[in-house]
Design a binder for this molecule. Structure first.
Ligand code: ZN
Length: 425
């Protein structure tokens, strides 16, 4: 089966990855210039409790300096952001970016104008049989950093909306474990969708197979478990009980009913399930995954009030959800949580440092600390009345929202000022 040698190899690969960014910090001489200098940034980096007007100097793809004032002459290229909000690059833990390979994917770079994302996680677009296409042909062609959960169903979401696990034989533990182990540099674990309209009446079996694949891989691997309209109320608690610390519960505030129309989610009759609170307390990651049918204000408000605030805010953006009234683009979803009473600092953390910690592959990702990857999101804070809608036609009013205004990945801006030559990461 899976040999010790494989475990050692995968572990060594991760260790090497971890060492890279620190080595890239070359000392700057007094006459050296920054490759890119961002001026007049209203910086917010919760990871270091930093907020206020700063200039940011970037060289060799990493953050070299973040100071009150850096002279314009010190930058080969200067981007004056005119007082706009600048945060660590947004990290979307649940997106669908395997265009051409899954039926719902959008190219990650095409999303940046609407999402302001610099890192995205493909949430089960690929299964073990088509992951290599994502790895070889899609990830290298994108400037956006990409990671993935591999689907327990061997063809991933290639057949969407045809349910991938009505036939449980598509859920294959051995090949999925192999895919996780052999791609541990960018595969975070295993995705499984547990809705009745995906798995019929297979109960906890798909989730058990996803957990088995993680365990059998021999590398640290998490399950990303999609809920919403699971078959019955008892199954919802069984799912929660099976999730391990570090596993990700996505669509955590779904209000989608099961096929018969019954409410079977983490809040039932207005009460949070004890199993949900227990999962939260042992370290299961509560991920929003708004999407086109998976965010219900009435569930979210009750869950938050009873102890289950989100850990990560993600979009679940794909070719279907992106056309729905809930508009699940990451800054818009973040704005909904500001409207619910979370602070800007909390919301930025939940879309930067928190998902970066779940990814756990790149040191200082999700921060603007010196030596961090120079990934930045530039956003406008638009003050004024705004109206939001969830995926079940519940409306809420807000007082402000975030609007994407620019993205920098590995020190290179999307758009102007252009890199010359355009030789990027
Ligand atoms: Zn999704």
């Amino acid at each position: 089966m899976h040999s010790r040698r494989k475990l050692v190899t995968a572990g060594a690969a991760l260790a090497t990855l971890g060492a890279l960014p620190a080595a890239a910090l070359a000392a700057m001489g007094p006459d050296d210039k920054f490759d890119l200098l961002l001026r007049n940034a209203n910086v917010l980096d919760p990871s270091q409790g930093l907020s206020g007007k700063r200039d940011i100097g970037i060289r060799y793809g990493v953050i070299e300096a973040i100071e009150a004032n850096i002279a314009a002459e010190r930058g080969l290229r200067v981007l004056d952001v005119g007082g706009k909000l600048v945060t660590p690059g947004l990290v979307d833990l649940h997106a669908h970016t395997y265009a051409f390979g899954s039926a719902i994917g959008i190219p990650a770079d095409e999303l940046t104008a609407n999402q302001c994302t610099t890192t995205v996680v493909s949430a089960g677009d690929a299964g073990a049989y088509n992951l290599a296409g994502f790895r070889r042909f899609v990830v290298p062609g994108s400037r956006t950093r990409q990671f993935a959960f591999v689907h327990i169903a061997v063809a991933g979401l290639a057949g969407f909306p045809v349910p991938e696990l009505y036939n449980i034989d598509y859920a294959q533990v051995d090949v999925t474990a192999r895919a996780v182990a052999e791609n541990a540099d960018f595969v975070l674990g295993v995705k499984v969708r547990m809705s009745e309209n995906v798995i019929a009446r297979h109960g906890v079996e798909p989730l058990k197979r996803a957990i088995s694949a993680c365990e059998r891989s021999g590398v640290p691997a998490k399950v990303m478990c999609h809920i919403g309209g699971v078959a019955d109320r008892a199954l919802m608690s069984q799912i929660l009980d099976l999730l391990r610390p570090g596993d990700v519960l996505t669509h955590c505030y779904s209000g989608a009913p099961n096929i018969a129309g019954d409410a079977t989610n983490i809040v039932q009759d207005g009460k949070l399930l004890p199993a949900a609170l227990a999962a939260k307390r042992r370290g299961v990651v509560f991920d929003v995954g708004h999407g086109g049918g998976s965010f219900d204000y009435t569930i979210a408000e009750a869950a938050v009030a009873q102890g289950c605030a989100p850990d990560t805010i993600s979009s679940d953006i794909h070719v279907f959800s992106g056309n729905t009234p809930g508009m699940p683009y990451l800054p818009w979803v973040m704005s909904k949580f500001i409207g619910m009473g979370f602070t800007l600092e909390q919301v930025v953390t939940m879309a930067t440092a928190a998902p970066a910690r779940v990814i756990g592959r790149v040191p200082k990702l999700g921060t603007l600390q010196k030596g961090a990857p120079a990934d930045l999101s530039i956003l406008e804070m638009i003050e004024g009345a705004v109206s939001f809608v969830d995926t079940r036609n519940n409306k809420r009013d807000g007082k402000m929202h975030l609007r994407p205004a620019g993205t920098v990945v590995a020190g290179v801006a999307f758009g102007r000022p252009y890199q010359a030559p355009f030789t990027v990461r």
